[in-house]
Write a protein that binds this ligand. Structure first.
Ligand code: CA
Ligand code: CA
Length: 255
């Protein structure tokens, strides 16, 4: 009897030591495929890639009735990526960036780049071989395949569910952030996009209205109440201005 117990203990220890190590949360899970150009996306089977130029993770977005399939940055463009762009391209924003302001809102290179104008964001996309999404593309991607839902995670806006997916006003549950969070701190939507709702607003290509004074921003930011994070909510701002709440992410067309 004693022998059996001893054997059980050995087996138990063996079993415990064979357990998988704790899973690393996305987006730390490394996609393997590194892509250097849109041409290399042709016929690719992976759903996630790393874009060589800026090191950003991108995910495949399927076609809709009116939109061709495309690839989108899985996260907002980070401070680290934007610094790399400035250094390597020599681009000079029309208004010099106040880095004290930036680091107050986004204190690490893993935080979203802020205080970027629409023109700065567009300059980045050109350097990276990407472009800004159209408003229609942004919303299609943000919905992640959910039809007729208010939010990028569904219809629930109370309790902990929303806090699993988005950094918005205040804290609670998974949302421990009073200001901007490092990108990818929350769960992604069904297409693998992080922070489409909340954290920082994201510049889109389109003019907001026929007057062509402002460009569109989507998604809401960390200071917004939950209602502003509705996936159809439109914001607008002059393309020559930026602030602590506005960032961007990019897309790439299939060749
Ligand atoms: Ca928050
Ligand atoms: Ca966002």
């Amino acid at each position: 009897m004693r022998k059996i117990s001893w054997m059980s203990l050995v087996l138990l220890v063996f079993w415990v030591s064979c357990e998988d190590p704790p899973k690393v949360q996305e987006p730390s899970t490394q996609p393997e495929v590194v892509v250097g150009s849109a041409e290399e996306l042709r016929g690719i089977t992976a759903k996630k890639i790393i874009w060589e130029k800026d090191g950003g993770r991108m995910v495949a977005i399927p076609a809709s009735d009116t939109i061709k399939p495309f690839w989108m940055d899985a996260t907002e463009v980070t401070l680290g990526q934007f610094k790399k762009f400035l250094k390597s391209s020599g681009y000079k924003p029309a208004e010099p960036i106040d880095w004290d302001d930036v680091s107050e809102g986004s204190p690490s290179d893993k935080h979203p780049m802020i205080y970027v104008t629409w023109h700065d964001a567009t300059a980045y996309t050109k350097w990276a071989g990407k472009r800004l999404p159209t408003e229609e593309e942004w919303e299609w991607a943000a919905r992640g395949g959910l039809i007729d839902k208010e939010y990028s995670w569904g219809d629930v806006y109370r309790g902990s569910l929303a806090r699993n997916y988005a950094n918005y006003y205040g804290t609670g549950g998974e949302d421990i952030w009073k200001k901007a969070a490092p990108v990818g701190s929350f769960k992604p939507n069904e297409y693998g996009l992080f922070d489409v709702s909340g954290n920082v607003w994201e510049w889109c290509q389109d003019w907001y209205s026929r007057e062509q004074e402002d460009k569109v921003l989507r998604g809401g930011d960390w200071s917004d109440r939950i209602g502003t994070l509705r996936v159809g909510f439109r914001n607008n701002y002059a393309p020559v201005s930026g602030n602590a709440f506005y960032g961007f992410r990019c897309v790439v067309d299939l060749p």
